[in-house]
Design a protein around this ligand. Sequence first.
Ligand code: NCD
Ligand code: ZN
Ligand code: ZN
Length: 345
Amino acid sequence: MTLRIEITRPDDWHLHLRDGDELKSVLPHSARQFARAIIMPNLKPPVTDTETALTYRERILTAIPPGIVFDPLMTLYLTDRTTPDEIRRAAESGFIKAVKLYPAGATTHSDSGVTNLDRCDAALSEMEKQEMPLLVHGEVADPSIDIFDRERIFIESVLQPMLARYPGMRIIFEHITTKDAVDFVVSASDNLAATITAHHLLYNRNVVFSGGLRPHHYCLPVLKRETHRRALLEAASSGDPKFMLGTDSAPHTRHSKESACACAGCYTAHAALELYAEAFESVNALDRLESFASFNGPDFYRLPRNASKITLEKQDWTVPPSFSYGKNDSLIPLRAGELLHWKMI
Ligand code: NCD
Ligand code: ZN
Ligand code: ZN
């Protein structure tokens, strides 16, 4: 008999959709599986105000394939100059669900990010007042700090002081990659939650260097050693409501990935749920997939859980070697040309 599991339709709490023709290429992949997604604001230029977020949201809605229901939950990009007024406008808009902190220089398109958190004090205080969640790319940007330590150092130097300074603010520690982050989230107040990607559950850093340099496995924060992957898998499948699904699916053209200076980002939207199912199955925890994928996110964001269901079937299928991307570029997905063992039907 074919093995099937039915779960409440999930949401993606960390997604890069880009814009224009690129947006049109990738959006159907996410909308096939997820009812909602938190849309990252790191466009060029970034989405720093409510008006820009509104027009971006409209372009996303226009790109949704007919017959599919998908609700893009918008975010604002925090800068040194974000005003409390802007935070108020965002909160009043109803469609902006969070504000994103990129330490300047920490990741792709973060150059307009925050250089010094003290400059954001008024905006952060207003967020606390408006009950607007803060999403953080949790790595220090200091190039003198070892790249494998940047998340751990961020916890002690930025996250812990921030939780103390704004005790009423809900914070989501995005795409966590270390046991240090897991332990910190578990021990912190209920105002702290975390997203975990499928690729950080499935791979350790060896995959980036297996038989040569593999740019399609290069993302930020970079994959870590096996002990960290194990800790993430244990956290995601523990049933702890602080951990939620966030793919961080981050498309880049093949050309910009296969380059002397490859962009950071793994593309997983084409098979996100199937990849998570594989990770959960590896620790016999498929019965915990639903809370991680479909309940913990809306509960933390104080949004209703989805009403509809989706079905995953144990079935081998081969991921296409590439997808067309934008006007005339291509995109190499995670597991390109390789087998997957679960399929959403
Ligand atoms: C993301 C991107 O390409 O926008 N890249 C990545 O490696 N994760 C940015 C981010 O989420 O840090
Ligand atoms: Zn990030
Ligand atoms: Zn991201």
